[in-house]
Design a protein around this ligand. Structure first.
Ligand SMILES: Nc1ncnc2c1ncn2[C@@H]1O[C@H](COP(=O)(O)OP(=O)(O)OP(=O)(O)O)[C@@H](O)[C@H]1O
Ligand SMILES: [Mg+2]
Length: 391
């Protein structure tokens, strides 16, 4: 029988041994590890890939914060909070942190085991449903291609790239391009394109039950390049009301009317964003040439691999490349065990003046190296997005 691997994050030794004692008596549970701090937990998760995590809310470094971090970076691992008491405040914090359950310590052994079993089963069911959904969507050749732009490190150029890619694709005759700003808290596509959107994703979600291609089209803001933008809401709290079901419906309807649907994601792409990954035909992972970004990208690729994310969809893009950087381009490819789909040089002046003017670099200076790099990527995508190694 496959056992449920559990990681316990608990800094009080008494509680830790009580929990370990309970779990060691259960045949279908394997205590995969015990961490006493957030750092230890992060390290253990990468190594042991647990099925369920127990995190003490009273962890000295703030258990809720750690739970939130994990539910964003490893949304497939359900987190159960261990509380001292459950009151309204604790419930709110648990929900906001993205944990799946909460139990009060000390607990009867059966309660702990039941909570672990339940969270595990629920996650399995979710994965099954996602697997069942996949094949149909991929088979219909008339549907537009979804290109999701992501990185687990901030500021690497996701928004810059998605905006410029959208404009470059739209330059090709007859290609209809939608650009979706899913950075619900700090979205900046409107700024990058100097648009003042009349409607945002908040209006779309309010109308989700009646949504069809025509209605959705009315909520998009057209840029002079022809790209149609679904802008993010200016009320950050709106993010709490947008679910994965909403995102899935929006993507699928956009696919009916557009050749390309480009999605700009935030760094912390939580559960609600999962359709942006599932529905993607290409997942563009952006990295830069520094150690932190490369490590982050590697961790992200390992995580994607763990959930059996199709490797053939992943394209690597090195942005802000410096030919004389300490880390060589070849090293990036070796570390990430994948060749680059694209490489864009660092051109700080153009990038910054483009942002200040609200004009994408490919329009502001189409001959610049960075613009030519983006146009080359656009052509590759038009030619079916086949990875042919280095740029
Ligand atoms: N190739 C480049 N050369 C120089 N500067 C760049 C390049 N690409 C992006 N930038 C600049 O880097 C900054 C961050 O870019 P951007 O906002 O696109 O990153 P992001 O990944 O979307 O960030 P966030 O994680 O905050 O959403 C911006 O000021 C942008 O103009
Ligand atoms: Mg961004």
């Amino acid at each position: 029988m496959e056992r449920i691997k559990v990681l316990v994050v608990e800094d009080e030794s008494e509680k830790r041994s009580a929990i370990a004692g309970t779990l060691s008596n259960v045949e279908f549970i394997k205590l995969e590890g015990e961490a006493g701090s957030a750092d230890e937990a992060l390290e253990m998760v990468e190594k042991s890939n647990p099925d369920v995590m127990l995190i003490d809310a009273l962890l000295s470094e703030d258990g809720y914060k750690l739970a939130e971090q994990f539910s964003l970076s490893h949304p497939w691992i359900p987190v159960i909070m261990i509380e001292d008491e459950i009151n309204e405040e604790a419930m709110r914090k648990t929900i906001i942190a993205g944990a799946k359950d909460a139990i009060v310590y000390p607990f009867p052994p059966a309660k702990l085991v039941d909570a672990i079993h339940r969270s595990f089963k629920l996650e399995q069911k979710k994965r099954e449903l996602q697997r069942e959904k996949k094949p149909g969507a991929e088979k219909d050749p008339r549907r537009g291609k979804v290109i999701t732009v992501f990185s687990t490190k901030g500021g690497v150029g996701k928004t810059f790239f998605s905006t410029n890619l959208a404009v470059s694709l739209a330059k090709h005759k007859g290609k209809k391009v939608a650009l979706v700003d899913l950075d619900l808290d700090f979205g900046s596509i409107s700024l990058a394109l100097n648009l003042i959107p009349r409607y945002t994703i908040a209006d779309v979600v309010n109308d989700i039950r009646n949504l069809d291609s025509d209605l959705l089209n009315g909520y998009l803001t057209e840029h002079q390049s022809g790209v149609k933008v679904l802008a993010t809401s200016v009320q950050p709290q709106m993010a709490n009301f947008i679910s994965s079901e909403h995102i899935e419906v929006i993507i699928k309807i956009l696919q009916e009317a557009f050749d390309y649907v480009i999605i700009d994601l935030p760094v912390s792409a939580g559960d609600a964003m999962s359709p942006a990954f599932q529905e993607a035909d290409l997942l563009m992972l952006i990295t830069t040439q520094d150690l932190a970004a490369i490590r982050n990208t590697r961790a992200c690729m390992v995580s994607l691999n763990t959930i059996n994310y199709p490797r053939h969809k992943i394209r690597l893009l090195l942005n802000k490349a410096e030919p004389r950087g300490d880390i060589k381009i070849r090293d990036v490819e070796t570390t990430l065990e994948q060749s680059l789909f694209g490489l864009l040089p660092a051109e700080h002046r153009l990038a910054s003046s483009s942002l200040n003017k609200g004009i994408p670099a490919v329009l502001l200076n189409p001959r610049a190296k960075i613009s030519r790099g983006i146009q080359r990527i656009a052509r590759k995508i038009l030619e079916n997005g086949v990875a042919t190694g280095n740029e």
